[in-house]
Design a protein. Structure first.
Length: 455
């Protein structure tokens, strides 16, 4: 990393092996000395190329030489300045200016890169920035790369499990929050009714009585974690039943109904209906192959135990993909309008368009993945309307006052002894004018060539 960045700043190619075990000061000195040595050879080569001694002085390229020096070391020279110096003293003068310019390049800020723990520090910072996961330096300091990767995967998986528990609670608390003049408060009765159905638990209003907002949240989080544990057990059981149904069959097109496995298909459908609260038929499942059946079982279990999280994932992917795809189409339009210029470089524009388009397409997919994972691990930053769009009503919750109003209206109708008046639809009862009949406006034209066309 140090060699790459120092090479970019100094405009030379440095070898990373020259900086192993070096501190910031010594590494800066090595990089600058190497850049100065390369500058000497570059100056001499440029002079020989633009001011060859074997050619007449009228053919010398003073202007081209000045442009090279200015671009290479950010000098401000003109061709007449070089002519004043003369060819004999030009190398010495330009080398001195190049050294002066190289010594002004700041490399001290790269010193932390040379520290032994820099790689681990960078990985810890990336985990915090990407997944909001705090990792102590000592946890990874003495581990090899495979062990660090395995631990990182485990931490991310654990954090994602926690997000799966947090999201339905966040959505539920937001949905059952009432706002009035006194502020925001939870509708505890509806919250209890929702949580009892959503997490399949025995929760009463007394459990939330006298509890603060954070205490209610922690109570619901605990219920959500238990629900996720049951989801994991159901997924494992579903995978086991699918594996037992197909056994050792390797044919990917084999259907579940063709397997000679006794009542295992019937048992699988019966178990899934009880677990997911669905009504699937054995006939429908019998038409699925192994992969389709496994995906179906997993999808139904996820929809039962984690519907809000799955909806949030789908909505987030579609939203970011929609934006990314629009940007990709725009960039492809720009590429299409400019790719013709590649022909001047002896490159086939069609081939270049396909190659560059594929590269941009792959970058778009990578960008979509980066954005989705970043937002999922920072779900608290999601817009309330977006969270509300992923809400799923676990059970119909009827309003008491609405039902009372309906009963009062029905009682009033029955007391009056009158049936509700049926509202007649609006109809146009005027005589219709045919397309080929004279227009009623008196123009003498047919209706289709006059007012009907204007209409």
């Amino acid at each position: 990393t140090y060699a790459l960045e120092a090479s970019r700043r100094l405009g030379v190619m440095l070898d990373a092996r020259d900086f192993r075990g070096a501190d910031g000061v010594s590494a800066e000195r090595v990089a600058t000395d190497e850049a100065e040595r390369m500058a000497e050879s570059q100056v001499l080569d440029a002079i020989d190329e633009n001011l060859p001694e074997e050619e007449d002085e009228s053919e010398w390229q003073w202007e081209s030489l000045a442009k090279f020096f200015n671009a290479r070391w950010n000098l401000n020279l003109r061709d007449r300045d070089l002519k004043k110096i003369g060819r004999d003293h030009l190398a010495e003068e330009i080398i001195a200016k190049a050294r002066e310019a190289l010594n002004k390049v700041e490399l001290s800020d790269l010193a932390p890169v040379l520290e032994p723990d820099f790689g681990v520090q960078t990985a810890c910072q990336w985990m915090k920035h990407k997944f909001a996961i705090e990792v102590e330096l000592d946890d990874w300091k003495d581990k090899e790369t495979p062990a660090v990767l395995a631990d990182a995967h485990a931490r991310v998986a654990q954090a994602y499990d926690e997000r799966e528990a947090e999201y339905p609670v966040m959505a539920g608390l937001q949905h059952f929050t009432m706002r009035d003049a006194s502020g925001a408060r939870y509708d505890r009765e509806k919250l209890v009714e929702w949580a009892r159905t959503r997490f399949d638990c025995d929760l009463s209003l007394d459990d939330l009585r006298n509890k603060q907002r954070e205490e209610i949240r922690e109570l619901l989080l605990d219920l959500s974690r238990r629900n996720n544990e049951r989801a994991g057990e159901a997924l494992a059981e579903g995978s086991r039943r699918v594996a037992e149904l197909f056994g050792q069959h390797t044919d990917s097109t084999a259907r579940a109904g063709d397997q000679k496995s006794g009542n295992r298909l019937h048992d699988l459908v019966h178990w899934l209906n009880q677990t997911a609260g669905a009504e699937f038929s054995e006939e429908a499942f019998g038409r699925l192959n192994r992969l389709q059946l496994a995906n179906k079982v997993e999808a139904e279990i996820e929809e039962k135990f984690r519907p809000e999280m799955r909806r949030m994932e789908r909505a987030l992917v579609l939203q970011i993909l929609d934006t990314g795809w629009k940007d990709h189409l725009l960039s492809m339009d720009h590429l299409k309008s400019s790719v013709g210029l590649r022909g001047y470089a002896q490159v086939d524009p069609k081939v270049e368009y396909k190659r560059e388009g594929m590269r941009q397409f792959e970058e778009m997919w990578k960008s979509v993945g980066d954005h989705v994972t970043s937002l999922i691990f920072r779900m608290e930053q999601l817009d309330e309307r977006f969270v509300g769009s992923t809400w799923k009503e676990s059970a119909a919750i009827h309003e008491d006052h609405g039902s009372e109003i309906a009963r009062q209206q029905q009682a009033a109708i029955e007391a009056s002894g009158e049936k509700p008046v049926k509202i007649e639809p609006i109809r146009n009862r005027d005589e219709r004018v045919g397309r080929n009949q004279p227009c009623p406006c008196g123009s003498g034209k047919k209706f289709k060539n006059c007012c009907q066309r204007k209409a």
